[in-house]
Design a protein around this ligand. Sequence first.
Ligand code: 0GY
Length: 310
Amino acid sequence: MSKPTTGDFTKTAGWLDWYAGPAQPRFQLPAGAVDAHCHVFGPGAEFPYAPERKYTPCDASKAQLFALRDHLGFARNVIVQATCHGADNRAMVDACVASGGRARGVATVKRSISDAELQALHVAGVRGVRFNFVKRLVDFTPKDELLEIAHRIKPLGWHVVIYFEAVDLPELWDFFTTLPTTVVVDHMGRPDVSKPLDGPEFELFVKFMREHSNVWSKVSCPERLSVTGPKAQQGEAQAYRDVVPFARRIVETFPDRVLWGTDWPHPNLKDHMPDDGLLVDFIPHIAVTPELKQKLLVTNPMRLYWPEEN
Ligand code: 0GY
């Protein structure tokens, strides 16, 4: 793969660039596997970062994303609009269109979007909108505006992706449970994995999924959630081992409502940048049977993003 660049923008101080020499995973992905959470950044010279952004990344182009897809053995991508592009979806849309049907998108939209613009996003491959409640990433959009957007995208067959921190789930519960579409949670609602697996915080998340059959979860981002970090134990792929029980519980309890993604190019990591090849090697630790792997990597994302091919 080529190396990250910065274009005309100055990266946020301390920014960690994506890793340009990922290992070949030892785990062979099943045919048709989908990387269901990744982003493109710019390139800033072509698709400028949004004025309201909270960080400025290195560039991460569609060509670089597609090279990673092929290297790791994925067949398809779901490209999630990154907050550094605000509600300007052009970079994500450009990548979806260029993929030749091998990428779907999740957009950020405002109440002012027209029906014709929504339709154009659909034609480009967008199948969802993302509502972000992580304070360091966005200024909040009022809930009445989000609910209005959710009702407008429902007839298109789209879903809502929600990103929040575990401590905020109690306060957001009523809003999330009124959403009229399928709801996909990013990174298991960001549990604090130093807390007990059966403690009240994670139990609330499990209850959220158990009581609401429209709620799905991405069991992604061990590199973001882990306290033990990327160091393997005794040379085995036990990187991020403290995240394993949390992800495994969700995969085994809700096998038909889980997705997995690399999160490349890994925005805002502070202490290390994961090798995406090793991240793929994390998958067999959380989806331990061939059936679970097939659902997580192929059946579920295909049902949600390419239902016409089912
Ligand atoms: C992620 C996580 C993060 C960032 C974004 O759109 C974004 O900027 O999603 C984060 O900083 O935790 O899923 O990519």
